[in-house]
Design a binder for this molecule. Structure first.
Ligand code: ZN
Ligand code: FE
Ligand code: FE
Ligand code: ZN
Length: 292
């Protein structure tokens, strides 16, 4: 072999390894955070952006709770009249932080069967970067709302899980969303259930998500709740990773101090399952960021 075709000296190789090492320490985009418009979050959007910079995040996205038809659950979300102002406010924030922090404009939509036309219109009304699809209601019951926790006493835990995963599967199949938020939120208060029927319902949910090409959120919010673990559980992360599904990270921050919460824990869970990227979105087109 001609000397000029020899491999580069080890020093160069080392330096290159150092460069890819910087990916290893890159904080994840955090696509799930709220604003005071939902009436249960504190801090101005600007404070969330500053917290993100302080935490070394490259990118954040706001995902305020969307209005629901007929003023349902109005106390816990922004109103229809506010959606335009919300969009404009975050767009202005994004412009102010350009070059320092990428700020995306998303929205967290509650999925209830029958609400699809309302949601379709809401999502078409503005050039959102992405939409999170969430299931917080089984019928009219807000199963994750601390004010409605008594509803668990009169229901069968397995049946609640089956109904929940069926709704998440339908949310995926609706084609309305880019990400399924906290996809095993049903465990929030510690009601775990992994019977064969529940595992089967989980599998159907993952298959619906894979078919629809929707990403799963890996959310650190569960660490701050009674269940004390990331959403979704490790076995769901593993199953989804085996199916080649995409993941997006979210802290579900309701206060600036929660921005980017436990992103390393979530990244490590993804890596352990063999996931090599996390997903963000621009104008509803996926942008993948390597994590390994
Ligand atoms: Zn909330
Ligand atoms: Fe949520
Ligand atoms: Fe949220
Ligand atoms: Zn949420």
């Amino acid at each position: 072999m001609h000397p000029s075709m020899a491999a580069p000296p080890p020093m160069r190789k080392l330096r290159h390894a150092g460069a890819s090492g910087s990916i290893a320490h890159m904080a994840l985009p955090d696509l799930h955070m709220h604003t005071p418009r939902c009436n249960h979050a504190t801090g101005a959007p600007r404070d969330y952006a500053e917290a993100a910079l302080a935490a070394g995040l490259p990118e954040i996205g706001f995902s305020e709770h969307a209005p629901m038809p007929n003023g349902f659950d109005a106390a816990w979300r922004m109103s229809e009249a506010e959606v335009g102002d919300y969009f404009a406010e975050i767009r202005e924030l994004a412009a102010r932080y350009r070059g320092r922090l990428v700020v995306r404009i998303g929205i967290e939509c509650d999925f209830r069967p029958g609400d699809e036309p309302f949601l379709r219109e809401l999502l078409a009304a503005h050039p959102w970067d992405y939409a999170l699809g969430s299931v917080h209601f089984i019928g009219d019951w807000g199963f994750d709302n601390p004010d409605e926790i008594a509803g668990w006493e009169t229901r069968d835990v397995e049946e609640v899980h089956l109904a929940y995963y069926d709704l998440v599967a339908r949310a995926a199949a609706s084609g309305l969303f880019d990400v399924l938020a906290h996809p095993d939120l049903v465990k929030k208060f510690g009601h775990r259930c992994d019977t064969p029927r529940v595992r089967e319902a989980e599998r159907r949910m993952l298959e619906a998500a894979a078919r629809a090409g929707v990403a799963l959120e890996i959310s650190s919010a569960g660490l701050r709740k009674p269940v004390g673990e990331v959403y979704p559980a490790k076995r769901l992360v593993a199953a989804a990773a085996d199916m080649g599904m995409a993941f997006a990270f979210g802290s579900d921050a309701h206060a600036p101090g929660e921005v980017g919460h436990a992103w390393r824990t979530c990244r490590d869970l993804l890596r352990a399952a063999g996931v090599r990227a996390v997903r963000s979105f621009a104008r509803r087109r996926p942008v993948d960021h390597p994590i390994a």
